[in-house]
Structure formats: structure tokens, C-alpha cells
Design a protein around this ligand. Structure first.
Ligand SMILES: Cc1cc2nc3c(=O)[nH]c(=O)nc-3n(C[C@H](O)[C@H](O)[C@H](O)COP(=O)(O)O)c2cc1C
Length: 183
């Protein structure tokens, strides 16, 4: 049985580098891992009024989290923070009150930017919130990719060997982390 990991991309943009980064992680995933990029753009804005009768999209999202063994969060950087679409998904995952679907789930955060700081600010804000919702978050290695437009192609292709090595090393650490938390 493959280890089922879900990936959330914090960008809804058609040609998103963040989504291309997730595809690069999919292409480089170990053979015993199934990394599924899941839909979060269909979730309504968080609104407690909707909690009495949860929308189908939210129920389906909760089910995806429940079925997964771990979660990979990928974020772009918006004004030195992570994206609202990702925050919205994290918030829905933590609701209704008393039903935190993230609780004790192994997780990791990665980020990229076409500019020089590689979404460092975004990933660090993201990790702070991941800690609060009790996602068991991989600490090392960190993953920030700058100049993403130069390195990430279509269908998970990575043109830069150093970036590919970083992705491979990240996978080793992440899968080891998931295994360790099973013991
Ligand atoms: C509202 C907004 C704020 C942004 N702020 C930053 C920023 O703080 N740092 C950065 O490196 N890029 C910033 N950018 C540029 C994004 O990195 C760039 O648009 C990137 O392509 C978005 O990720 P995506 O390709 O996955 O959609 C910002 C873009 C938007 C739309």
C-alpha cells in the first residue's frame, strides 16, 4: 500500500509556479508514495454560518484530509505572507469547532517565488499556523525556491540539478518523518 499524501497549492493561477512545484514533487515522489493535488479553490470563504449545514465542497475536503496520512502545503508569497486561499483551506480543515481535521497529521511546508527570497516569509507564517492547528510539521530541511520561473517547467520538470537534489532530499526527510510518527 502506498503512503497517501495530499498536496494543497496556495495558488489558483493557471500557470502557477506553486502548482508546478507540487507537480515536481509528484514526479520525484518515492515509488511507495501517492501524492494527490487536491482542490481548494472550490471552498467557500470561511463563514461560521455555513457550519450548521456544511457545503458539499467542505465535506469532500474533510474526507480527503481524513483519508490522507500526511499533508504537503505549497505556498506562493503574497506581501511576505502565505496566500488567503491556503489560509481559507486551513481554517475549513480546523472546523466546525471541536473537529480539527488536522490534529496530529504529519505535514510539511514548501514555497516558491519568481523573485529572490523564495517565499521565505510565506513559509514561515504558514508554519506558525500549522503549529497552532497541531499539524506535526517537518522542521528540516526547509524548502524555499527563488527564481522559480527559471527552474520549474510543465509536468513536473525541473531544469536545475541543485533544485532537483533539494526536492529529493526533502522527500527522504519527509517520508522518514511520516514513518517515525507511526511508531
Ligand atoms: C497580492 C500579491 C502579493 C505578492 N507579494 C509578493 C511577495 O511578498 N514576495 C514575492 O516574492 N512575490 C510576491 N508576489 C509575486 C508572486 O510571487 C508571483 O505573482 C507568483 O507568480 C505567485 O505564485 P504563483 O506563480 O504560484 O501564482 C505577489 C503577488 C501578488 C498577487
Amino acid at each position: 500500500m502506498k503512503t497517501r499524501i495530499i498536496a494543497l497549492s496556495g495558488s489558483l493561477r493557471r500557470d502557477s509556479y506553486t502548482t508546478k512545484l507540487v507537480k515536481a514533487f509528484q514526479k520525484s515522489a518515492p515509488e511507495d508514495v501517492a501524492l494527490e493535488l487536491i482542490e481548494i479553490g472550490n471552498l467557500p470563504f470561511i463563514n461560521e454560518d455555513l457550519e450548521k449545514d456544511l457545503p458539499e465542497s467542505v465535506k469532500a475536503f474533510h474526507e480527503k484530509i481524513r483519508e490522507s496520512e500526511a499533508v504537503l502545503f505549497a505556498t506562493p508569497e503574497y506581501n511576505r505572507s502565505y496566500s488567503p486561499v491556503l489560509k481559507n483551506a486551513i481554517d475549513w480543515g480546523s472546523r466546525p469547532e471541536g473537529q480539527n481535521h488536522w490534529n496530529n497529521k504529519p505535514a510539511a511546508a514548501i514555497g516558491c517565488s519568481p523573485y529572490s527570497l523564495g517565499a521565505f516569509g510565506a513559509v514561515n507564517h504558514l508554519r506558525q499556523v500549522m503549529m497552532y492547528v497541531n499539524l506535526l510539521t517537518l522542521q528540516e530541511p526547509e524548502f524555499y525556491l527563488s527564481k522559480a520561473s527559471c527552474f520549474l517547467g510543465e509536468d513536473g520538470n525541473v531544469s536545475d540539478p541543485e533544485t532537483q537534489n533539494h526536492i529529493d532530499a526533502f522527500w527522504i526527510a519527509f517520508t522518514d518523518w511520516i514513518e517515525r510518527l507511526k511508531r
